[in-house]
Every structure is written in structure tokens, then in C-alpha cells.
Design a protein around this ligand. Structure first.
Ligand code: ZN
Length: 113
């Protein structure tokens, strides 16, 4: 996860909101190939230093990769949506420590035949 979600956006200052509104920008180094950089929306420069060779790499334009939902929450949403269509079905009780069932204490107070 890129960052920890610390509260609702209205409780964050401008810097916190900017941190939440991150986008993934693609750059192409002519020596090393493509790489991604996560930056606040609207702050991507036309060129960015390549993380491998430090040469100026030009920005590549593609569909925006917005990161508004924290990664953990997005994974939970994905799993919940998948469970609607194709729920994971178990064929047996999961293995685990079985706790023996004790009779209710009040049963010992009942009259015996
Ligand atoms: Zn490079």
C-alpha cells in the first residue's frame, strides 16, 4: 500500500487531500524502457529522471490511473463483488481445533426418571 488512510477527506488538510489524489504517470526512458511514477494530480512534469540511468525520460500519455481508494479497501470491494457472482464454496468444515460441547449446567438440575 502506498500510504495509510488516516481519515475522511474532510478531516484532512489540503496537503492530505493532495496525497489522496495521487495518479500514476508513465514515462519512457529511451535507454531502459517504460516506468511509472506516482505523483499528485496535476504535478507531473513533461520529463522525469529515469530511476535506473537518471536520464530525462519523456512522459507517455495513456488512460489515467487514479488512486482514490486505498489498496486494502479496493481489494475488499473486489472480493465482495466476486463473491456475488461466484462465491467460494466449501465442501467440508474447515480443519481446526474442535471444542467439545458441554451440556448446559441447568440440565443437571432436572429430575431424573
Ligand atoms: Zn533509463
Amino acid at each position: 500500500m502506498a500510504h495509510a488512510y488516516r481519515g475522511a477527506p474532510h478531516t484532512l488538510g489540503p496537503a492530505g487531500i493532495r496525497r489522496l489524489l495521487m495518479a500514476t504517470y508513465e514515462y519512457l526512458c529511451s535507454h531502459c524502457g517504460p516506468f511509472d511514477v506516482k505523483l499528485a494530480i496535476g504535478t507531473a512534469p513533461r520529463t522525469h529522471g529515469c530511476p535506473v540511468c537518471a536520464a530525462a525520460a519523456r512522459r507517455v500519455y495513456s488512460s489515467p490511473g487514479l488512486t482514490l481508494t486505498p489498496d486494502g479497501v479496493a481489494a475488499l470491494h473486489e472480493r465482495e463483488e466476486q463473491a456475488r457472482e461466484a462465491p467460494a464454496v466449501v465442501s467440508e468444515v474447515p480443519a481446526g481445533k474442535r471444542v467439545p460441547r458441554r451440556p448446559h449446567p441447568a440440565l443437571s438440575q432436572l429430575p431424573r426418571p
